[in-house]
Design a protein. Structure first.
Ligand SMILES: [Zn+2]
Ligand SMILES: [Zn+2]
Ligand SMILES: [Zn+2]
Length: 258
């Protein structure tokens, strides 16, 4: 497995409704700690100078502005749920800056969803100023982009097959509720693992804390970060203290260097 110089930023670490949840009276949703405010899950990667973002949910525009991301080479999409896809129209400033379509990597079913949900982009004569998407279908095979090898990681989101991604010593998995043995084999030797953890109680379509800790125990990464969290993960200041020493609760804006 290649090693790269990797800088990452957690753009969003919240589950589909974000935290706080509209109208929720719970203490976490009313926390004054900025680490308890979670936009929809997305991640920025600088891999040897190539800028990638994993997923473009409802908060994409805000995430680009807040983290001062002014150059973006490509998007990797995990799956078609709106909290991972609803912000795609906001790639337009990058189109205008670069005068070219944004490469977007996704598997066939997700490509079909993008073409359906953003049909105006793919019209024969798109309305002037529409986003420009260079949608590229990927499979479970590793692919190259700008000299970087990207290994899609098949995981299950209830029974929906979706992708995580491994790039060198780093792996990113969100919205999973199970990981097949073949994918566990592809994760061997990973040094930094980002993985979804919704809450403490089990959930039908997302890992909970105990399930994730078991996976981390098996894979033994140097560092693991929990993301796609709901308000039920509790306060950052409290939950982060009860995790094993190599496991960190992610928060929006957290940076990692590998
Ligand atoms: Zn999600
Ligand atoms: Zn709440
Ligand atoms: Zn989902």
């Amino acid at each position: 497995m290649n090693r790269y110089s990797i800088h990452g930023i957690f753009l969003g670490t919240g589950t589909s409704q974000g935290v706080p949840v509209i109208g929720c009276e719970c203490a976490v949703c009313h926390s004054s700690d900025s680490r308890d405010k979670r936009l929809r899950t997305a991640f920025f990667l600088d891999v040897d100078g190539v800028h990638l973002v994993i997923d473009a949910g409802c908060d994409f525009r805000q995430q680009m502005l807040t983290n001062n991301i002014t150059s973006l080479d490509a998007l990797l999409i995990t799956h078609e749920h709106k909290d991972h896809l609803a912000g795609l129209d906001d790639i337009r400033p990058f189109n205008f800056m670069r005068h070219e379509a944004m490469p977007i990597f996704a598997e066939q079913r997700v490509v079909d969803a993008i073409k359906r949900e953003y049909s105006y982009v793919f019209a024969e004569h798109p309305y002037p100023g529409s986003p420009m998407m260079n949608v590229q279908t990927i499979t479970e095979e590793p692919f190259e982009y700008e000299g970087i090898t990207i290994q899609p990681l098949r995981v299950l989101h209830l029974n929906l097959p979706i992708f995580g991604y491994r790039i060198g010593q780093f792996a990113y998995i969100t919205d999973a509720s199970s990981i097949p043995p073949e994918t566990m084999a592809l994760l061997e030797g990973v040094e930094c693992l980002v993985i979804n953890s919704l809450r403490f109680e089990p959930h039908y379509s997302h890992f909970c804390v105990s399930q994730v800790l078991e996976i981390i125990q098996t894979l033994q990464p140097k560092q693991a970060y929990l993301t796609h969290c709901s308000h039920s993960m509790g306060f950052y200041a409290e939950t982060s203290k009860i995790l094993p020493p190599n496991v960190f609760l992610a928060y929006d804006g957290l940076k990692i260097d590998l």
